[in-house]
Design a protein around this ligand. Sequence first.
Ligand SMILES: [Zn+2]
Length: 205
Amino acid sequence: MGLNEKVPNQLLYLTFMTAKEVLGENGLNTILNYAGLQRFIDNYPPDNLEMGVLNKEFIQFLTGVIGVFGEKGARPILFRGGMRSFEIMKEQFPSLYAMDGIDKHDRTPEKLFGELKRIYQLIVDASVYIHGDIYKYYEDKEGLVLEIAPCHWCLDLKTEGPICFVQTGFQQGLAREILGQTVTIEETRCIAAGDEMCKFVIHRP
Ligand SMILES: [Zn+2]
């Protein structure tokens, strides 16, 4: 996985759509300008899975969000963006997420957590198709753990603290959908901040 690797148009399309919702069109354009991505102003990539944009362009956008809002200010924005991108992907690919037909009322919290574990596995498997075999996913006493190395969310970034908040936001969206409640999710290690991996823990409620 490198900066010049191609990724699906949809990754950037969803990023821009989400940013537009969260920050408004002017906010999005400010970031595109700052990030040197002017060619995408009013000219978003198509919403399809063709490998038509560069990984680098996604990272440039993230760098732009951090540059404009600062690292602390960027985190909640990235988190909201991650939560929103979960909702958009759920609307677009309900079958991938296999969430139709989960009856929350009839399940114990432990069963629902098992359901979350199973569905998140499907998402990790689907992500391998886009980003390669960079994931380690397992359950331990803390909860569900995802390790990413190298990490496509923070490739080439240098930050003071964890920054892969798009990922934690996405996980929160998924957990809330399946468990019916918000859970504690942490990025406990981050390559951008000098760790050897990005590590995420979805705690049991
Ligand atoms: Zn990362």
